[in-house]
Ligand binder design. Structure first.
Ligand code: SF4
Length: 289
């Protein structure tokens, strides 16, 4: 507005200086054109510039805001995805850790089981060993219980001490013959050695040594038996020693068929009636003594 009034003043001054009507008209025309231009410009101003510029800015701002929001949203989405991935990774890690712990625990349990099995086997083995030892001890005890005084003597004495055994002030040949005669009367059934020692009034110590001596001489055999809960021996005759006294009455010395007599012949001591009669008489005679 100031610009226009200045312009008008300037033009009025110009007009004052001009004197021609043509020039005034020209100025008037110029003025009206300027006025019209000014009017146009005033009319267009609110329509074009002031209105269009703020809309574009708003759109741009809105777009920018939208983009920012989209960006923000995207960033948020990415952050969430990242967070989710992190969470998943952590969960995976945790699951892996748990699986490893489980595996470790299972291994531990398996080892404990194995150890327990081993211990059970060792215990079983130990129990078996103990049972075997107990069985052996029992057997040993049984063997010990079965052990006789004669067996101990056999361990303690030498063969020479057994065969050379003598009883003080006793005719050993006579005693041995006498023992064999008694044992022979019991035949294959034999006689309990304790009964025999009683008959002969011998101590168990001497009797046991005599029994060993007679066995070594091949005159008797000893059979181990359990008598009244105690292990002892039954003496059985193998052969009787023949003394010169008994031989003096032997039928063979005066036998008429002695030349025809042989062990495997028709005439034989195995079937000889003379021999049988002679033995019976001899036995009876000795029993009566
Ligand atoms: S065994 Fe009899 S048959 Fe032979 S020699 Fe003696 S007594 Fe005679």
């Amino acid at each position: 507005m100031h610009k226009n009034s200045d312009f008008m003043a300037e033009k009025k001054s110009d007009l004052g200086n001009s004197s021609t009507e043509g020039a005034a008209d020209e100025i008037k025309m110029k003025l009206s054109r300027l006025k019209a231009k000014l009017k146009d410009s005033k009319r267009k101003k609110p329509v074009t510039t002031p209105k269009s510029t703020p809309n574009k800015i708003t759109v741009k701002k809105k777009e920018a805001k939208k983009q920012v929001e989209a960006k923000k949203k995207e960033a948020k989405k990415q952050a969430e995805a990242k967070k989710k991935a992190k969470k998943q990774a952590e969960a995976k890690k945790k699951a892996k850790k748990q699986a490893e712990a489980k595996k470790k625990e299972a291994k531990k349990q398996a080892e404990a089981k194995k150890k327990a099995k081993k211990q059970a086997e060792a215990k079983k083995k130990e129990a078996k060993k103990q049972a075997e030892e107990e069985e052996q001890a029992k057997k040993k005890a049984e063997e010990e219980a079965k052990r006789t005084y004669e067996e101990e003597l056999e361990e303690q004495l030498t063969e020479e001490q057994i065969t050379d055994f003598q009883i003080h002030k006793t005719d050993m040949d006579k005693l041995i013959n006498h023992i064999c005669e008694i044992v022979a009367t019991y035949g294959n059934n034999g006689i309990h050695q304790s009964d025999l020692w009683k008959k002969l009034k011998l101590t168990s110590r001497d009797g046991s040594r005599l029994a060993l001596k007679l066995e070594r001489m091949g005159l008797i055999t000893r059979e181990k038996i359990l008598l009244k809960g105690r292990w002892t021996y039954k003496l059985i005759i193998i052969k009787s020693p023949i003394g010169t006294d008994s031989l003096s009455g032997a039928p063979c010395l005066v036998c008429p068929v002695e030349s025809k007599c042989s062990l495997d012949g028709d005439i034989s001591p195995k079937t000889c009636q003379f021999i049988e009669d002679w033995v019976l008489i001899e036995l009876k005679t000795k029993k009566s003594k």
